[in-house]
Write a protein that binds this ligand. Structure first.
Ligand code: GDP
Ligand code: MN
Length: 400
């Protein structure tokens, strides 16, 4: 589950990571009030207005702007709120900005060359360890740094059983070229950041930029945080941070129905039981000359109700030209699933406007095929994997 920058910063602060101070708002009036409050608390006269969307590269897209007085806070907030912000990480139409973060300006005018670093904490699945990635080349496109000057990106692996050791924190501060007070503050920063990552059950923390101010303080100016959804049950307060407006509405509906659904760009909808078979089915569709419109794992209990919900969700995607049902009956019997498909088809009537190819294999597969073939409905049955692929190809050709 992804968070907004302001939420990520809240979590960081709660673990003692110094962050750029800010207040999230919904209107230009609130923005001005927030700016006044920040001036009282921090003494800053300048503020940055930052669009809150689930995508990075906002600066490049015009979603991060400096305001030098309250009039500018008002007008810039007015411009950014409600805009469709296009960044290198959004789709071509961009993302609607519902909220902006009014933040203190932390780049002091006297700074000829602000020191912007990059730092992230994530899991290295290959080694089974956590990993801190960091670089002196912060603020800009870290992907470009990785491509053009990979030697400027360092990694420090952290054994989860020992945690981050003091010498590792010092090594990181040293490699970033720091000394004196900034060196000390960086070791504190990294240590707190690592603790926050572990204690919040996150799968990613990415802070770009981490800033060294001219008075040698280290702080997080940006925060990209992804939480591990499987651990949300023990972080009720984080679970409430979910912003459904940022998520694909069909995926949200599928999740509520207990289905594992991922929206894709293709033309063949699929309904499969089991994630592995779902992956295999997507390959099959590609081989048949189609493109999968989705990944959908209906799980073990493919009864009529579930099948109907799944059909409904697949058909919300206007690109779907055919649906391939591919179920392996192990514990769940194929005839039960076939009955589910037939019942769902009956109750949905003309809502189903694309051909359905149904492959049921495993326990009671023969009975299932008979049920489908004798249902009098336009469901094309198949038994073998290849046969199903050929039939998908056929219907796509007829459609084309
Ligand atoms: P991103 O573009 O989505 O990664 O958003 P960031 O939060 O990283 O902000 C983009 C850029 O805005 C940063 O790299 C900074 O250069 C700049 N920026 C952020 N905060 C401040 C600030 O307080 N003052 C000034 N002058 N620039 C800032
Ligand atoms: Mn950033």
């Amino acid at each position: 589950m992804n968070l907004h920058e302001y939420q990520g910063k809240e979590i960081l602060s709660s673990f003692g990571v110094r962050t750029q101070r800010g207040i999230v708002v919904n209107t230009p009036e609130e923005a001005v009030e927030a700016a006044k409050k920040l001036t009282e608390e921090t003494g800053t006269g300048w503020h940055v207005i930052k669009a809150q969307i689930h995508a990075g590269g906002r600066g490049k897209g015009g979603g991060v702007k400096l305001a030098k007085n309250l009039d500018e806070v008002n007008s810039i907030s007015n411009d950014i709120l409600g805009m469709m912000l296009i960044t290198p990480q959004t789709s071509a139409e961009g993302k609607l900005v519902n909220q902006v973060l009014i933040a203190e300006d932390v780049y002091y005018p006297g700074d000829s060359e602000p020191n912007e670093f990059y730092m992230s904490v994530l899991l290295n699945r290959a080694s089974g360890k956590n990993m801190i990635m960091y670089s002196t080349e912060g603020g800009m496109d870290i992907e470009a740094v990785a491509e053009e000057t990979p030697h400027l990106i360092f990694t420090e692996e952290v054994d989860p059983t020992t945690g981050l050791l003091p010498f590792q924190a010092r090594k990181i501060a040293f490699n970033l070229g720091l000394s004196g007070a900034a060196f000390k503050d960086m070791t504190k920063f990294v240590t707190a950041l690592y603790t926050a990552y572990v204690k919040s059950d996150s799968s990613l923390f990415e802070i770009n930029p981490v800033l060294k101010t001219s008075d040698d303080k280290i702080l997080a100016v940006d925060a990209k945080v992804s939480l591990d959804e499987n651990a949300l049950y023990r972080h009720k307060d984080y679970a409430e941070m979910r912003d459904l407006r940022e998520e694909n509405p069909i995926e949200v509906e599928a999740k509520a129905a207990g289905l594992n659904y991922v929206d894709l760009d293709g033309n063949v909808g699929c309904m499969v039981n089991g994630a592995g078979l779902a992956m295999g089915t997507m390959d099959l569709i590609k081989q048949a000359g189609g493109e999968p419109a989705n990944f959908l794992d209906v799980g073990g209990t493919a009864d009529a109700q579930r099948v109907e919900t799944a059909f409904g969700i697949i058909l919300k995607d206007p690109n779907v030209k055919a649906i391939l049902v591919n179920i392996f009956g192990g514990i769940v019997r194929c005839d039960r699933v076939a009955q589910g498909v037939v019942d769902a088809y009956k109750s949905m009537g003309d809502k189903i406007n694309v051909p359905i190819i149904c492959r049921l294999q495993g326990t009671n597969a023969k009975e299932a095929k008979e049920l489908i073939d004798n249902s009098g409905m336009e469901i094309i049955s198949a038994t073998e994997f290849q046969e199903a692929a050929d039939k998908v190809q056929e219907v796509l050709q007829v459609k084309a």
